[in-house]
Structures are given as structure tokens and as C-alpha cells.
Ligand binder design. Sequence first.
Ligand code: FAD
Length: 503
Amino acid sequence: MAKKLTATVVGGGVSGMTAALILARFGHEVTLVERSPVLGLTVRGFSRDGVYFDTGLHRTGGLGENGPFTQYLKFLGLGDLPVVWYEEDAFETVRFGNQGRDIALPVGYEATKQRLHSLFPDEKQGIDAYLDAVRRVYNSAPFIHEATDIRAAFAEEDAYDTFEGFVNSRVRDPILRAVFSAYSMLLGYSPKEVSFLQHARVMASAIDSAATFAGGGAALADGFARRLEEAGVRIITGNGVSRVNFSSGGSIEGVTLDSGDMFDADTVIYTGHPYYLLNIVHDGVFAPVFTRYLRTPAETPSAYMLFGVSDKPLFPNNGCNLFYCRDTDFSSVFSPAHNPLEGPFHITTRPGTGLPRGKRMIEAAGEGYAVTAIMAGSFASYLRWKDTRSGERGPRYAEFKAEKLDEFREALYVACPETASVRFLDGATPLTFRDYTHSPSGSVYGRKHTLMQHNPQPATRVPGLWLAGQSIVAPGVLGAVISAFLTCGFIVGAEELHAELNR
Ligand SMILES: Cc1cc2nc3c(=O)[nH]c(=O)nc-3n(C[C@H](O)[C@H](O)[C@H](O)COP(=O)(O)OP(=O)(O)OC[C@H]3O[C@@H](n4cnc5c(N)ncnc54)[C@H](O)[C@@H]3O)c2cc1C
């Protein structure tokens, strides 16, 4: 084995836990430090009135038998986590309010193709061109599939066009264009600013399959925590890394924690939001231009979220999710003047008592459905409370929050009258998101991955200091896992890591 490293992984989210397990598997000594009291806070969810609500993981792709997520989980020793599948036939409905039209989308390429062919018979060519291109990009994306010819990922015609440009040159129907754009909107990207390549990499796994873990995101976080202990990773929670310490020669020699404790490290992987990287290194470590670049990110939007319960399924045919948009033209949605109460909104429903092993989503219901709804929101309205902590924000914040959530509830009801049967129990504001997603303005998915913004790379100019996380490669739990594999590939050797993965 190459030299044994003494590594500290900063952040116990999905990317940090993945990176810690990979390094431990290669025989390195690993300490994982998480400032929150628990590992995997972003995906852990919470319970109200005995009902479990997911927060940072509702669904993911790639969990099929040979799916990339499945392969990664097996490698990490988490291959036994039971998976629950969403309904295949009416997984996601896209509703266009002004047109009075609902388009129910199934899961799977062929099923999606057939459904869209029957709904848009004049657009068969464009539908095939879009879906086939998405699949080709996905199948050739490095670190998504093992048998990857990296050149193929870049050979896709128009892959660097904007997503909007790519779709508009193939599809004429505005409703169909908007259907294809819906998922990109959910991830906080305007179709005008994201490349087709980036869109396809994320979108493909969503078309391919839709599942989550029995027990929700909490089960994934618990599974990781168990494996980390088994792998001998030293875990520190409730204490953050406040400083990376350097020798007089400029190499990393350790870290200091919030508590003041210090320990040795020659390798540090930072997985928090890149904006806060500057808080843990001293001035002058990075060039001013890189410092500015970290401090002025284009972020995905923040959000409001509502959590409630319903005794019955909300949507026909056991549909689980609804994406509401008022119109097919999304161009104004990302402008600062846009009123978020006009939508888009996204509603997710699932059995509220956890997700029993081996069941499909709807079969598992019995004691009602947990309902979550989300709409974009701006942190700017919360600046006056930016220095306060949860539970200590006073009555004015409570009033403001209640008012905003009432407005959201009413707008949601007008757009989706099905929500009349929902008893709402709690809600989150952009300030809640700021605290739970650990991003400066409460962005749901960290930095945007757009054509206008190249995000930080895994390697920094400091030998031994690496970056991973959703802002580095792609948003979502699978994006966070892939980013950890990519970064660890630099550390342990990409070929060695691939060889281990394929064993
Ligand atoms: C509302 C919502 C819904 C979502 N839904 C889905 C979904 O359905 N499917 C999906 O795939 N993805 C979803 N996501 C996205 C997904 O949850 C994230 O992409 C993923 O969890 C990010 O993982 P990460 O490790 O990159 O970042 P994080 O989870 O943010 O982990 C970084 C960790 O670093 C810690 N940290 C930072 N600085 C320090 C420090 N100095 N010292 C110690 N610790 C530090 C933070 O406390 C944090 O825990 C959703 C996200 C949100 C917010």
C-alpha cells in the first residue's frame, strides 16, 4: 500500500461519510468531524405527531440491480439497505394551471417514451431525440458507469448548449418543452443557464428509476453511521473543524476543533459549503481571485416547505408527486421580481409510518400519508434574524413565519385543491434551510452547476487539502456520493479505486 495517510474529513453529510469509508477501506487512518450533533443531518428527516417526514432525501435514481448507486452502496458495505420503489405508472404528474392540463409521467425510459408518444404524437422524433441523448450522456458519464469511455461523454452533439437550446431545437410543443424542463426547475436551475450535459446527468437517473430507502433518509444515515464504526473511522459529532493547521513549510499538519482540541492530519477533505472553506484556513492560503470566487457564488434558490398528513392518497392512480406550474413559460420564474406564490410548487406524498421493507410506496400506506410541499423562497426577507438561532428567534419571527406559511398553504390549495384533505403540522422557511443545509443563504442544493459558473474542483492549490460535496460535482444524494468517489480517486488513485469498485 502507498503511504498511510492520517486524514480528517470535515463534514458528516453523505459526501463526507462516503469519503471516510473509502479512505478507511484503503487502509488510511480517518477521523470524521461533524459540527451537528448527528451524522447525515441533511437527509435524516424528523417526526411530528408520530409521523416521519423526509427532508433531504425523498427519492433517488440509480438503485436498480445494476444501477450506479447500488454499486456504490455495495462497495461501501451498505448493499443490504432495503429499497422501496415508487409507483411506476404515475410517479410524477406535471400540472399546468393556466392550460388546465395534467401530464402523468411513469418511471423508466421505455414507459416514458410510450406515454409521451401517446400524448404528443406529432413530437415522436423530438421525444426520442431527447430521451436517447439523456440516456447516452448518462451511460457514458465518468463515475456513473464503470465501463466508461470518458471521451464519449463529451462527444454528444450540442451537449454544451443550454438545456433550453437543446430541447427547443428538437421539440415544438410548449407543454412538452415544459415537461422536460420540470425536473431542472426542481433542482433550482433555469433551463436557460444549465448545460444539456449537466441536466442529462442528473435527469437520467430520475427517468431511469425512482426509489428511496425503507425508513427514509434516516435509514441511510444510520446505515452509514454503523458502517463507519465497523470500518474503524473515528467519529466526532457536535464539534466542528475551526482551523486547518499548517507547518512553517506550508504543509498540512493538523486541525483545531471548535472546542479547542487539536489533532494531527496530513490530508483534509472539506465537504461543507465552499463559501465557508475560507473560515477554516488562514488568510493568504488562497489567491484573492479564488477567495472572491468562493465568497460570491451563484446559489440554487432557498425554499419554504410545508409538512402535513392526509388519510387518503392525494392524486389519482396512486400518483406520488405533483409538480405544479402556472404556465409553460418558465423564463420569469428565476427573475427576482417573480412572486413564488405563483409557483412552481412540488408536492411529495408517501406512507407516513416509515417505509416497510420490500413494499411499493403506496402498498405500504395504511395509516395515512406524509405530505411535503416546497416552493422557492428568498433568504433576503430573513436578514433581520440572520444572527439568531433556532428556538431563540422571538415572537416576531414566529408571526412572520406563520404568515408566510399560511400564504403558501393558500396558494397551494388554489393550485392543487387535492391538498384540502391535508392537515399541516409544521413548516420551514429560508432561515430554517440556512441552518439545516449549512449554506450562506439557505440554498437547497448549494452552488448552482450552470454554464455561467464553474464550481470548485476536488483539488485545491494546497497539497493535501481536497474538496467534495454537492457543490463540487452535482446536487442530490447520488451527486454527493459520486463527488466523494471522484475526490478519493485523486487521493488513492482513480484506477485503483475503479479496480476496487469492479472487484
Ligand atoms: C429539502 C431538500 C430536499 C432534497 N431532496 C432530495 C431528494 O429527494 N433526492 C436527492 O437525491 N437529494 C435531495 N436533496 C439534496 C441532498 O440532500 C443533498 O444533495 C446531499 O445531502 C448533500 O450532501 P453533502 O454531503 O454534499 O452536504 P451536507 O449534507 O450539507 O454535508 C456537509 C456537512 O458538513 C458539515 N460541516 C460544514 N462545515 C463544517 C466544519 N467546519 N466542521 C464540521 N462539520 C462541518 C455540515 O454540518 C454538514 O453536515 C434535498 C435537499 C433538500 C434540502
